[in-house]
Design a protein around this ligand. Structure first.
Ligand SMILES: *Cc1c(COP(=O)(O)O)cnc(C)c1O
Length: 247
């Protein structure tokens, strides 16, 4: 950095404004290279591990959407920031026994619905609350065993089954690209997600919309946008390095 006076607060609102502008420029350029250059691409700021103060800086810098991957983290952050006009996304692996707690947060999307058992618990808790929620189906496109997500071959069947649950609305798909320097492998993940969403669309399943493709993180969002992302989830490129890499 160039160390101008007044810029001592690394990661403060000014730094964030600059980083966000950079991301927006890259998104705009990637969009222009994509098949559907006029669509909107939503930016979710992934604030996991960062304190609420950083989220306030990001709100000041104009960001409206935040993503968290742990129930025990999103709930207190939501409570502390209640009253702010922001939207919350749950993007992490979700344990069935944490569903009830998560629903205390009025999530925009839960991005990580990846198994029927989880959907059934979600349905049960939503019925108790008399609510509907919008979700994305997480697909494991990288074949990395450590990752959550339904395997691609079982995505359609899961979507059919979840579509019969009356309190859950499927809005699209989510994936985490392979963690590799090889851009072509990463691109294949995103292409596969898009292909699955087109197949699902062809089936015209009642109550299922395929309007969202949530894919792309700090290291690969440009590829994701080229391949059709409508939502990117960006953490470190906005907030700087996390002390420990938490997925
Ligand atoms: C942490 C995380 C991100 C953001 O990762 P960065 O590399 O910091 O941009 C996106 N999606 C999910 C599911 C995550 O857990």
């Amino acid at each position: 950095m160039n160390g101008r006076p007044g810029e001592s607060e690394k990661g403060g609102a000014d730094t964030l404004v600059r980083r966000i502008a950079e991301i927006n420029n890259k998104v705009a350029r990637a969009l222009s290279r994509s098949d559907d250059p006029h669509r909107e691409v939503g930016l979710i700021a992934v604030s996991k591990t960062f304190p609420v103060e950083k989220i306030r800086d990001a709100i000041d810098a104009g960001l409206p959407s935040f993503g968290e991957n742990r129930v025990q983290e999103i709930v207190p952050k939501y409570e502390e920031l209640k009253g702010q006009k922001i939207e919350w996304h749950f993007i992490g692996h979700l344990q069935t026994n944490k569903v009830k707690k998560l629903l205390e947060v009025p999530t925009k999307y839960i991005h990580s619905l990846d198994r029927l058992e989880l959907a059934e618990e979600l349905e049960r808790q939503l019925q108790k609350r008399g609510e509907l929620r919008e979700v994305l189906i997480e697909v494991n496109t990288s074949a990395e065993a450590s990752k959550s997500g339904v395997v691609p071959e079982e995505a359609m069947e899961l979507i059919r089954k979840v579509s019969r649950l009356s309190s859950i609305r499927i809005k699209g798909l989510m994936t985490i690209g392979a963690l590799t320097e090889d851009n072509e492998i990463v691109r294949r993940c995103f292409r596969q997600l898009r292909d699955i969403s087109l197949q699902v669309r062809d089936e015209s399943i009642d109550g299922v919309e395929m309007s969202e493709l949530s894919m792309g993180m700090s290291g690969d969002f440009e590829i994701a946008v080229e391949e059709g992302a409508t939502i990117i989830r960006v953490g470190t490129a906005i907030f700087g390095d996390r002390y420990s890499p938490v997925l």
